[in-house]
Ligand binder design. Sequence first.
Ligand code: FAD
Length: 495
Amino acid sequence: MQEQLSQNLAPVLPASERYDAIVIGAGLGGLLAAAHLVQRNKHVLVLERLNHSGGRFTAKTFQGVQVSTGAVHMVPFGSSGVLAHMLSRLRVPYRFFDADVFGSFHVHGKQHRVRGLLGVSRFLGPRQFGWFLRLGWLMFFRPLPADERDLPFDRWLERHINVKRNPQLVAFFERISRFALSLELHQVSTAEVIQTTKNMFRFGAPAIVDGGCGALSKRLEQHVIKQGGEILHSCEVRQILQEEGKVSGVRFLQKTSGEERTVYAPLVVSDIGPRATDALLENRRITQAALLKELKNPAMEAPLRGEPTIREAVGLKVHVLSDVSLIPHRGIMYCLDTKRIAGIVQPTNSDPSLAPPGKHLLITHQVIQSHNVEEEKALALADLRMLFGETFEKHCRVLTMGTYRGEWPVNRLSQGEDVSPKTHVQGLYLVGDAVKPSGYLMVEGVAQSVNHFLDLLDSLDRERARTRRSHMAVRGSKLNALRWLYKAPGNSGRY
Ligand SMILES: Cc1cc2nc3c(=O)[nH]c(=O)nc-3n(C[C@H](O)[C@H](O)[C@H](O)COP(=O)(O)OP(=O)(O)OC[C@H]3O[C@@H](n4cnc5c(N)ncnc54)[C@H](O)[C@@H]3O)c2cc1C
């Protein structure tokens, strides 16, 4: 009887099963949250179902190439962004190579290298460039009227320009949205596009991570462990436990031994998104196979088994190994005249170690526009042939082609549709790319989700709440927005 009691009651459990905080998922969001909690002297356990950390922000070595599990080794706001600030605050070593250009634009069969914003006149021509300037004024110098805030961005464009007479200008916005947000223009609100663009301009140029995203996740993992945190791989959380509306711990499966264990903590941070977190609260599991089956059903955006509609951003990515350099800069090449590929990066321009010596890694990205994945892949290949012609056949090899959707999407929630880190269960918080505040995309949004979570923790501690300023108050510089006119602001001159 006594033995049975001690199994059920947290206070008499062995100390090894009690923690100050449990983090579900060792993706970037989970690792960043854990790093902050250990910095606050919390006894932290991170549980990860895979046999490695990093989630969609790591890489595997394949034929000597750093093939990423998600991110294209790129950080949207570069060395001045939110993630960079956070890593410095945590004292995790990192180096980001900022882009040296605004980008290049493949239009009418030619790649135009553009240093700053004004350079887009080269491929837009004087008339479309005039409309480009007008849109810039409407977006950044005029308060956005209330009736335009929620307008899908394609409708906003139609309201202000003649879209038929400005095809390259429309393609310019469309391809940037597809590459950066994995969304079509009709899927994102005008307010969100403007807020995100303002942040991009204020923080600075995007950057490639030194060593790739795998190296950064590894460093974060080591940092958490060095500071006393525990990370258990191949451990899948099966249930989040609660008592009287308060979180009390989790039950998980150790996949290698098949053993189930329960661990207790008054604080649980979930990095697996709201859909999977809600399921674990109800002792259910969401599997990738079941989700993809649901998505194949005709009504693609219908609620899953009565759950609220979750609209993730989906994409297709191709890793290409090339004998020759195809992109002459460290930024993004946007493809305005392709059928599917929205943009390509060549991260080996910043860090050659991401591919074998003398070779180049190229990563393409596109939004999946139909249910026919094979056709989407074929269109990507056709685009590559169109973009690089014979050079592609002679010098390039496709290493991998992969789709990102269901429980492994580009963004767990589409930009602008994110949820709060606070849940209805006391002590249970969400971090990650379903919790991105408005205007913060991809891993910058993940870092801001952790800042938001820290603010919520501080608000529970009166002394901290009184003395500390918000963690989210990381600001870019207005001067950067000016610099963008003629160059990409960042550290590219240094490296
Ligand atoms: C194709 C693609 C391209 C991208 N490009 C970029 C880019 O260039 N730049 C950029 O900034 N971002 C990019 N992103 C987005 C970026 O990768 C993600 O925003 C970020 O990695 C999300 O991190 P996260 O911690 O929120 O989630 P995740 O990385 O998904 O982490 C969640 C972790 O939880 C684990 N987990 C799930 N369920 C359980 C469970 N029950 N128990 C235990 N563990 C569990 C998962 O295995 C995973 O490791 C891209 C994403 C994709 C897919």
